[in-house]
Design a protein around this ligand. Structure first.
Ligand code: ATP
Length: 318
């Protein structure tokens, strides 16, 4: 039996569409990602699945609890873990008081171990308002997992964490996966999806437009590369199976100032999905005056995959 069974789930806020017609299942022990850019509908889906807001249409069962019925929602919350995207706490309570409260609602199998793992154990007697934002998120993670639930729903679990803590959290979630905990992860990070999820549903403008297994995702998130060079650049130098959206700008007046005697400059930008070594090799053939390398936004990548309009018959704008 599926751990989550969602059928035509729809949520409108007045006239504003949150999500529409979502249908998917999540198998026991699966790590399923809801991958989408800002505003795609991840939080709406997750809050509706957690019974925090009623669906406008459709139905969903989470661990076989029907979220449309109040009694079942209450029972579900004892068996399911939930990490909200923006956890909010009563800041005057200590971490210890918060955990005692949650233990009274849903049991506590392992908060001590988790607190130690996330280095929160020495902060327990302090009011939560004195915690750093990162410590608050980790405390919320402890709350989500303390009762050792069979299924945990996480909304943007790595947002607001520094890179090393993100890595620590991913390692923890990977261990949970090996323990057969079912995870449903809302994320706008392709890196999180690639590293963590067995399968993702791609959300765009409130619609689930595709499903991809981990093998159908790239090895890692693509990079936006932009460099400025004083050398001539061949228009065909970068298009390859690893580079796309290549733009070569020789006409930018700010860059090619021929009056001060400096050679004209060319700005080159592209999205890159290949290996670091191949990139560095290609860049090393130019005299580089400026270089910016940053992770590409998911929205750009989805446009690359699916174009600017959806072909689902719904005619939904991007
Ligand atoms: N309380 C609300 N009232 C009206 N519209 C809302 C409300 N919450 C969400 N929406 C709308 O629903 C759509 C989906 O938003 P949602 O927050 O679920 O997306 P998201 O993928 O979680 O993005 P983000 O990461 O930015 O929260 C958006 O168009 C948003 O404007």
């Amino acid at each position: 039996m599926a751990s989550m069974d969602v059928d035509n789930l729809t949520k409108y806020y007045g006239d504003e569409r949150g999500i529409e017609g979502l249908t998917f299942t999540v198998e026991p022990g699966e790590v399923f990602g809801l991958l989408g850019p800002d505003g795609a509908g991840k939080t709406t889906t997750i809050r509706t699945l957690m019974g925090l807001q009623a669906p406008s249409q459709g139905r969903a069962s989470v661990l076989n609890y029907d979220i449309r019925h109040r009694r079942e929602r209450i029972a579900m919350k004892q068996d399911v873990g939930y990490l909200p995207s923006e956890p909010s706490f009563d800041g005057s309570r200590t971490g210890k008081q918060l955990l005692a409260y949650h233990a009274s609602l849903k049991d506590d199998e392992r908060s001590e171990r988790l607190l130690e793992l996330f280095a929160l154990d020495s902060h327990l007697n302090r009011p939560i308002r004195t915690y750093t934002p990162e410590q608050k998120r980790l405390l919320a993670t402890v709350v989500a997992f303390m009762h050792d639930p069979a299924l945990v729903i996480l909304d943007e679990p790595t947002v607001g964490l520094d890179p090393s803590t993100q890595e620590q959290l991913r390692t923890f979630l990977d261990i949970e996966r090996q323990r057969d905990t079912t995870l449903v992860v809302g994320s706008c990070s392709l890196t999180t999806a690639c590293l963590l999820c067995d399968r993702v549903g791609i959300l765009r403008n409130g619609h689930l437009i595709d499903f991809r297994t981990n093998q159908q995702l790239p090895d890692r998130a693509p990079w936006n590369i932009r460099f400025v060079t004083t050398d001539p650049v061949d228009a065909n130098a970068f298009p390859s199976e690893h580079s796309y959206n290549v733009e070569i700008d020789r006409t930018d007046g700010q860059l090619s100032d021929e009056h001060d005697g400096r050679p004209p400059r060319t700005a080159v930008s592209f999205v890159y999905t290949g290996t670091y070594e191949t990139l560095l090799e290609a860049l090393s053939t130019y005299t580089i005056r400026d270089l910016i390398i940053e992770k590409a936004a998911l929205r750009e990548f989805l446009t690359q995959w699916y174009g600017t309009r959806l072909g689902n018959g719904g005619g939904v704008d991007v």
